[in-house]
Ligand binder design. Structure first.
Ligand SMILES: Nc1ncnc2c1ncn2[C@@H]1O[C@H](COP(=O)(O)OP(=O)(O)O)[C@@H](O)[C@H]1O
Ligand SMILES: [Mg+2]
Length: 206
């Protein structure tokens, strides 16, 4: 088995499932966490991830198929999406794809799912389609405040990892998001994003 990525939370291996390439995601234990709490968290995130990976398909989001789940080992085996993470695309492509990412996030929110870790590495472009991955921190929620937390994070990621294209990609993201949730919901959520940001600034000053 080939180790593809060593993440902060999980290790990702390339493996086989019925002769197809597959991804094995194993959540590792964290030494600093109490061991009972640690296994609870890993199990919970494994359950959450495998459930939501499947659930989002019902409203048209593309995501890897879940092949196998082992809760004791905090393992998921899923379809490999052999594309390119949006994070690694050229800047002009990221700008272009931001509108579709905004739409996908709008669709998730409209269906009561907060992703919880909206980074450009968690979207994979494959055969001109964008797949969404990494649902371990997702939540079922219709609360505008929770949806605003999602937008705040992706905005922050665009700002830090893709600073040169921040404005155009953020604008495109918002256009896509608006096309799904509508004007008044967009204003509600972006106002909440602004208030999270101003609290952040205030906290940084004192
Ligand atoms: N199903 C998949 N197909 C292809 N690549 C994947 C898949 N799942 C994960 N990866 C790759 O591994 C990286 C880390 O996986 P991810 O599920 O996002 O874990 P983490 O919680 O560590 O961010 C992704 O950014 C992607 O590059
Ligand atoms: Mg990830």
């Amino acid at each position: 088995m080939k180790l593809l990525k060593k993440g902060a939370e999980a290790d990702i291996y390339l493996t086989k499932w019925n002769n197809s390439n597959a991804i094995l995601k194993i959540r590792k234990s964290k030494e600093y966490r109490n061991s009972v709490l640690d296994s609870k968290i890993r199990k919970q995130r494994t359950i959450r991830e495998s459930q939501i990976l499947s659930e989002v398909k019902s409203f048209g989001i593309s995501s890897p198929l879940v092949y196998y789940v082992n809760l004791k080992k905090s393992e998921i085996i899923m379809q490999e999406i052999p594309g390119i993470p949006v994070h690694d695309l050229t800047e002009s492509k990221i700008v272009k794809k931001s509108m579709e990412i905004g739409k996908l996030v709008g669709i998730m929110h409209q269906n009561g799912i907060m992703h919880g870790d909206l980074t450009t590495s968690n979207f994979i472009l494959y055969k001109n389609k964008i797949y969404v991955i990494d649902f371990g921190l997702s939540q079922k929620t219709n609360k505008p405040e929770d949806h605003a937390v999602d937008l705040r994070l992706i905005k922050e990621i665009l700002n830090s990892a893709h600073a040169k294209i921040m404005e155009s990609s953020w604008n495109n993201f918002l256009l896509g998001y608006k096309s799904i949730v509508g004007n008044s919901q967009l204003s509600k959520i972006t106002n909440l994003v602004s208030s999270i940001e101003s609290r952040g600034r205030y906290a940084a000053v004192i």
